[in-house]
Write a protein that binds this ligand. Structure first.
Ligand SMILES: Nc1nc2c(c(=O)[nH]1)N[C@H]1C(S)=C(S)[C@@H](COP(=O)(O)OP(=O)(O)OC[C@H]3O[C@@H](n4cnc5c(=O)[nH]c(N)nc54)[C@H](O)[C@@H]3O)O[C@H]1N2
Ligand SMILES: Nc1nc2c(c(=O)[nH]1)N[C@H]1C(S)=C(S)[C@@H](COP(=O)(O)OP(=O)(O)OC[C@H]3O[C@@H](n4cnc5c(=O)[nH]c(N)nc54)[C@H](O)[C@@H]3O)O[C@H]1N2
Ligand code: SF4
Ligand SMILES: [Mo]
Length: 729
């Protein structure tokens, strides 16, 4: 069947890709000799999508003689556009990591001792199912919790819902982008989601408040950022550290950490005061503008300058440039925004600023994404849990619209509102991703069951009762990825090679557990191929076609606002003043509160990303690790001179609570303010099985013993820890 024929009849976009997809498929034909054995070296290309981070770029994998030899960006995939970031290119380092989990493991020693014996799948799964039955009988199904991060966790989420628990959370909400979603929801009635609906491709002015594109390597955004620079877009970077993005900026604002809200309010003030905002847009779509004006009347650049240490003239100049370039100005919402505990309000100030500039729903601001709905495989309705989630979302934290991983951890310790007794942890190393690791360990020690599903023997696996080895994304099917984007698309993950060792895909584990728990009715398919094919057929595709193409794009709806647009807020408008927040007794217009200052001799600990790594999940990858093997602690050069620290000196970081880091080398630089130090997150592993990464660099997470909880949504602000520097002999 020719792709072209199909494309005409369906709603597919005619993307250059169909031809490339066909070519790739052609290369996949095996060359057989007359005996039926493979004759020439077999080379084939298989389309799938990446899991080295959560952006999910389309991949074409080259397989030669059963080995993956090359990974490249899928030319038709809207998020890859023919290119991968360095991490995606280096995924073979995970596939062929000699330290991978190879077989199910059952704990033998004390928790955290990393002593296990090998077990068969039957034994491991029987054990887990037995414990899950006990927990349900003794405490109710809500006592089972699933922590999950990554695309492959969907079948475990399905399992837990079928079992009857509402307690499913990812660290990508309360430890990452949650406050941003709430800030934008309370303003525009909708969050920015993932991939973010930022129209960097068309912007005339991009304002990055902390978000460090170029180190944060979310592929499509970085590609668009590079294009924006080439096009001559104005770039503003606000960061206490001179980031890669800062090196491309027209204005670099080295802000005092934790004071961004004051800067944002001053920008709002200038736009209103000097009537630089988009008057027509605000009149048509805005709600509560007069109250915003009144409340921010004293938020002058002079006021903000004293707080942020950014000169008032610079604050004014940038605001005026925003006024000139509007509405194609994008004040970027960021992604990891759990910084200081006032994060939803800071994010809301960013949203308000965009609202004043008229950039929401306008070219160069935020486009309106469209999605594609793929009906579910028919299965019974989930049972209704008899108790609400235990994490505090929707109650203690009224505006949280996803569950809080940190809240579930706390509930496990306190037993309030009720106890969690079993955790399944899929694809998230909670010891490095939740704040205060000793609290996570305290929670784990109260559990009757801890199951860890991972690809590597990471820290959290060392505490598990049962470790289940998943095969990597290159060795498995997962559920379909239905993306909301400029043009909606569907992508398939499929095995590029057979699973190595005795590792298995997550869907298989979840279904096997369901069978043992009497929940097989929720997995009523013969195998995953039948499941995928049925879902694909409901949108006029087939599995065999998608196996060739990897991705199918659909026609998009209108990308930008049409007159008369109704926002999904209570007023139907952009809420510059939020009655919802007023009713909750919090600031209806964001107000600034100062962060705590570092104690004498201490520096604020900041952290971020390396372009070559994703958290701690790639630091054991020999391909990427050989390029960047350890992190360094960034220290201001004048501070270093005062302390007698030279570049590459060995140091330990000691935090306000006396926690000491691994040894880490100094990077003495002018590129950071004197009041802060900086680490790339994901290093300093302690797990014995990570034979490459273990002991290299320092772990920021270990030093995050304190966190500031966002009162609106329960996010855990983590830039509130202070360290002193201790020289290592
Ligand atoms: N290569 C790579 N890319 C990634 C990831 C990865 O692991 N590796 N992870 C992905 C994920 S999940 C996320 S959430 C994103 C995170 O990436 P982003 O959302 O872009 O950034 P953050 O990690 O919040 O911010 C780090 C930056 O904020 C600065 N900063 C610290 N304190 C302040 C402050 O008070 N004010 C201001 N204005 N700036 C401050 C730091 O100096 C640093 O440059 O990256 C994504 N992209
Ligand atoms: N201190 C500190 N804490 C942070 C951050 C920080 O910068 N500093 N960043 C925050 C942010 S932005 C986020 S999004 C979260 C991220 O938090 P996590 O998602 O927990 O990130 P990782 O530490 O990379 O853990 C991912 C785990 O998944 C495993 N894994 C990788 N591929 C697969 C797979 O295919 N299947 C399975 N089953 N497992 C797999 C990896 O081996 C690793 O153990 O952390 C947050 N917490
Ligand atoms: S941004 Fe990089 S690591 Fe993330 S999915 Fe894309 S290629 Fe993979
Ligand atoms: Mo994140």
């Amino acid at each position: 069947m020719l792709f072209g024929e199909h494309l005409g009849r369906r709603r597919f976009l005619k993307i250059a890709g169909a031809a490339a997809g066909a070519a790739a498929a052609g290369a996949g034909v095996r060359l057989l000799d007359s005996s039926g054995k493979t004759a020439a070296p077999e080379t084939r290309k298989v389309a799938t999508f990446c899991e080295l981070c959560f952006w999910k770029c389309g991949v074409l994998a080259t397989v030669q003689n059963g080995k993956v030899t090359r990974l490249e960006g899928h030319p038709d995939h809207p998020l890859a556009r023919g290119r991968l970031c360095p991490r995606g290119n280096g995924a073979t380092g995970l596939l062929y990591d000699p330290d991978r989990l190879k077989t199910p493991l059952i704990r033998e020693g004390e928790r955290g001792r990393e002593r296990f014996r090998e077990a068969s799948w039957d034994e491991a799964l029987d054990y887990i199912a037995g414990k899950m039955r006990e927990i349900k009988e003794n405490y109710g199904p809500e006592a089972m919790v699933l922590f999950t991060h990554g695309h492959g966790g969907s079948f475990f989420a399905h399992l837990l819902k079928a079992y009857g628990s509402p307690n499913i959370a990812a660290p990508s909400y309360a430890q990452c982008r949650g406050p941003r979603e709430v800030g934008f929801q309370t303003t525009f009635g909708t969050g920015v989601g993932s991939p973010e609906n930022t129209d960097i491709a068309n912007t005339r002015m991009l304002v990055l408040v902390g978000s460090h594109l170029g180190e944060n390597m979310h592929n499509t955004q970085v590609q668009e950022f590079a294009e924006a620079i080439r096009r001559g877009a104005r770039i503003v970077v606000v960061d206490p550290r001179f980031s890669v993005a800062a090196s491309k900026a027209h204005w670099y604002l080295p802000i005092k950490p934790g004071t961004d809200l004051a800067l944002l309010l001053a920008w709002i003030h200038v736009l209103i005061e000097e009537e630089l905002y988009d008057r027509d847009y605000v009149e048509q779509y805005g709600f509560g503008f007069d109250k915003l004006k009144e409340i921010t009347a004293s938020d002058t650049p002079e006021w903000a300058a004293a707080i942020t240490e950014i000169p008032a003239e610079t604050i004014r100049a940038v605001a005026r440039e925003m006024g000139r370039q509007k509405p194609a100005v994008l004040v970027h919402p960021g992604r990891h925004v759990t910084w200081y505990g006032d994060d939803a309000q800071r994010s809301r100030a960013i949203a308000i600023l965009n609202g004043l500039l008229g950039s929401w729903g306008r070219p160069g601001g935020f486009y309106l994404p469209s999605g594609v709905t793929v009906p579910k495989f028919p299965a019974p309705d989930y049972p209704k849990p008899s108790r609400p989630p235990a994490d505090g979302s929707g109650s203690r934290y009224p505006l949280a619209d996803e569950l809080l991983a940190s809240g579930l951890c706390e509930a496990t310790i306190t037993g309030a509102p009720y106890s969690a007794k079993g955790w399944i942890v899929y694809g998230t190393n909670l010891i490095q991703s939740l704040p205060n690791p000793s609290q996570t360990i305290e929670a784990i020690n109260r559990l009757e069951l801890l199951v860890v599903v991972d690809v590597l023997p990471v820290e959290i696996a060392g505490y598990a009762d049962v470790v289940l080895p998943e095969c990597t994304y290159l060795e498995r099917y997962d559920d379909l990825y239905a993306a909301s984007f400029r043009e909606p698309f569907l992508a398939l993950r499929q095995p590029v090679v057979q699973p190595m060792y005795d590792s298995r895909p997550g869907w298989w584990m979840a279904r096997e557990l369901a069978r043992r728990l009497g929940l097989e009715a929720y997995f009523p398919w013969k195998d995953i191929e039948e499941y995928l094919d049925r879902r694909l057929r409901s949108v006029n595709l087939t599995l065999s076609e998608m196996k060739q193409r990897g991705v199918a794009a659909f026609a998009a709806d209108e990308l930008y606002l049409k007159p008369g647009h109704r926002f999904d807020t209570p007023s139907g408008k952009i809420e510059f003043y939020s009655p919802v927040l007023a009713e909750l007794g919090v600031d209806p217009v964001p107000r600034y509160t100062p962060p705590a200052e570092p104690p004498p001799g201490h520096f604020r600990l900041l952290f971020g990303r390396s372009p070559l790594h994703t958290f701690g999940r790639t630091t054991n990858n020999r391909v990427l690790g050989s390029l960047v093997a350890e992190n360094e602690v960034w220290i201001n050069d004048k501070v270093a001179a005062r302390l007698g620290i030279r570049n590459r000196d060995k140091l330990r970081l000691v935090n306000q609570d006396g926690v000491r880091s691994n040894v880490v080398r100094a990077r003495v630089t002018r590129r950071i303010r004197p009041d802060a130090v900086y680490l790339v997150h994901g290093f300093g592993h302690t797990a014995q099985g990570l034979r490459f990464a273990r002991g290299r660099g320092a772990d920021d997470a270990a030093l995050v013993t304190r966190y500031a909880v966002d009162p609106l949504m329960g996010g855990t602000g983590m830039f509130v820890n202070f360290v002193r520097l201790e020289k290592e002999a």
